[in-house]
Design a protein around this ligand. Structure first.
Ligand code: PEP
Ligand code: MG
Length: 592
């Protein structure tokens, strides 16, 4: 096949070479086959089991929703449950199996198609919605029939492959077998989607937002994936492949060079210290955090404990998890962020999924304040674990003073409860909030009076400040952390924190961008928390600049009017500042 090139944005760095393998997303391809008379009963049993399993899942969702959702949503789930018992659905599918002698998936697909067709020409909103219900319930039954998850990661073939997918959830990426999956290409997603974040954390090279890629590549083709440039080469020429093998070796060499300095202090040439910490989602990331020289954990996204499962982790399960993180990191600090479910991190139950606009809906602290038992269980687990290390508590998505005051009241109540029960906890755990919603930027002076530290979440601050969905590939190009409005929001938050005398950190993906380090030092952030793999590069740049240089640069950048001008200026100035050996590595260009 002829060599073809596809370009997008850089998503998860690294070079991967492997064979293309398409992985179907939820509800997609299933195998159609004829069955013999003796298999009919087995196929009907499989269908019945999957209907029963779907019913149990919907029961669980419905029970959860009763606690905090309105009646309308419960009614929808109820109707889905009823649909599972619908005679048309069940007996027609069984009839297809018996009469046409086809497997259960095929029979189900035929029934669903027929049901949808019957609504097709009815020009009424109600019936169009019923079609969606059929899709939704049908997909659930089909997934259960095929053995959820629909993405059969366990069935991947042998050999080193590059996966081509429509979409993967963060939990699915976390489950990828890294020995075989060398990288993946996705049609959807954005650079700061949680799927992208987890790919970087697990060091799996990836390129996102490549519309149409699924049908442009054939299974078995050789693929070169360049995660730094956001470039895909399908069926490369022999020469191209050889060149890329050299690039891959250079990349590995660069990593080794950067790793040599990892234990040197994170300070500028003139001795300005900034703490470099790591972001984590899963316990498996701890060795990488330690190896890359993180001075602590600046962001532990605990919601990952809640993903990819139907039940909620118990207080004891959470206690064990937090204790393990605190003990393994001790005496370094661990910033435990309370659950930020919602947005692009939905629990498998999809209980919170029914909002039309999840990013602006019940997410983060809003969900926790509605679901008090869920929140209290987590806080109790954190407080109980606190004696095992040096925790900080971080609250996501705060948008008003009332919210943080309520949180403080709840923490106070839990402390009283624990004292009464003679359970030990640390009484002086620093409490902080994420600054990731524009209202929090405006209220930063008032919010600073309530807490011990701020952590700026640029991933969401960009999303909410620039009105750009962080997981929408259609606007991915506009999502720019160097937008002057974003930099000014950061600056004004830092100023408010400094004035109030509280610590200020930044934990969005921007923290790990070597191009941003000069600005972060210039604005005098106390710490940066990033994907561990970014730490060596950021440290290298930090150790090559002076505080004085960054102040001048920052002052000028804050007067510029466009992101393009800002990026150009920083690139030019940083190149001018950086010593020759680093310039050769082009680390500020994201290239080798
Ligand atoms: C952020 O919004 O910048 C952040 C760090 O939090 P998350 O990416 O988990 O939303
Ligand atoms: Mg966020």
């Amino acid at each position: 096949m002829k060599a073809r090139r596809f370009r997008s944005n850089a998503t998860s760095p690294g070079i991967a070479i492997g064979t293309a393998y398409h992985l179907q997303s939820q509800g997609a391809a299933f195998v159609r086959y004829w069955i013999g008379n003796s298999d009919v009963k087995e196929e009907i049993d499989r269908l019945k089991n999957s209907l029963q399993k779907s019913k149990e899942q919907l029961d669980q969702i419905s029970a959860k929703m009763c606690r905090f959702q309105g009646h309308d949503q419960i009614k929808i789930i109820e109707s889905h449950r009823m649909f599972l018992q619908d005679d048309m659905l069940v007996s027609t599918t069984i009839q297809h199996i018996q009469e046409s002698k086809i497997n259960a998936e095929w029979a189900l697909d035929k029934t669903l198609a027929h049901l949808k067709l019957s609504f097709l020409n009815v020009d009424e909103e109600y019936f169009r919605e019923r079609q969606q219900d059929i899709d939704y319930v049908g997909r659930r039954i089909m997934d259960n029939l095929m053995g959820t998850p629909a993405l059969s990661l366990s069935d991947l073939p042998k050999g080193e492959m590059i996966l081509i997918v429509h979409d993967l959830s963060p939990a699915e990426v976390a489950n990828l077998p890294k020995d075989r999956v060398k990288g993946f290409i996705m049609e959807g997603g954005g650079e700061t989607s949680h799927t992208a974040i987890i790919s970087r954390a697990l060091e799996i090279p990836a390129v996102f937002s490549l519309k149409g890629i699924f049908d442009s590549i054939t299974d078995g083709e050789t693929i070169i994936l360049d995660g730094m440039k956001g470039l895909i080469v399908a069926s490369p020429t022999k020469k191209e492949k050889e060149q890329y093998i050299t690039v891959q070796e250079n990349y590995a060499a660069l990593e080794r060079i950067l790793m040599q300095d990892i234990h040197l202090p994170a300070e500028t040439k003139d001795g300005y210290r900034i703490s470099i910490e790591g972001n984590m989602e899963l316990l498996e990331e701890i060795p990488s955090l330690i190896d890359h020289g993180a001075e602590g954990i600046g962001l532990y996204r605990t919601e990952y404990l809640f993903l990819d499962r139907l039940d909620e982790p118990t207080e004891d399960e959470q206690f064990d998890n937090y204790t393990e993180v605190l003990e393994r990191l001790s005496p370094k600090p661990v910033t435990i962020r309370t659950i930020d479910l919602g947005g692009d991190k939905m629990p498998l139950s999809h209980a919170y999924d029914l909002q039309t606009n999840p990013a602006l809906g019940l997410r983060g602290i809003r969900l926790c304040l509605k679901e008090r038992p869920l929140f209290k269980t987590q806080l109790r687990a954190i407080l109980r674990a606190s004696v095992h290390g040096h925790p900080r508590i971080l609250i996501p998505m705060i948008s008003s003073v009332d919210e943080i005051r309520t949180v403080k009241k709840i923490i106070g109540e839990i402390k009283e409860e624990l004292t009464e029960q003679n359970i030990k906890f640390k009484s002086d755990i620093p409490l902080g909030i994420m600054i990731e919603v524009p209202s929090a930027v405006f209220l930063a002076p008032e919010l600073a009076m309530e807490v011990d530290f701020f952590s700026i979440g640029t991933n969401d601050l960009i999303q909410y400040g620039l009105a750009i969905d962080r997981i929408n590939e259609h606007v991915a190009e506009m999502y720019n952390p160097f937008h002057p409005a974003v930099l000014r929001m950061i600056k004004s938050t830092v100023d408010a924190a400094k004035k109030a005398g509280i610590k200020i950190s930044l934990c969005g993906e921007l923290a790990g961008d070597p191009l941003a380090i000069t600005l972060m030092v210039g604005m005098e952030l106390d710490s940066l928390s990033m994907n561990p793999v970014s730490i060596p590069k950021v440290k290298k740049v930090l150790r090559s600049i002076t505080k004085v240089q960054t102040e001048k640069l920052t002052e000028y950048v804050l007067t510029l009017k466009t992101a393009d001008d800002i990026v150009k200026y920083i690139k030019k100035q940083t190149k001018h500042i950086l010593p020759g050996d680093i310039k050769k590595l082009h680390i500020v260009d994201g290239q080798i």
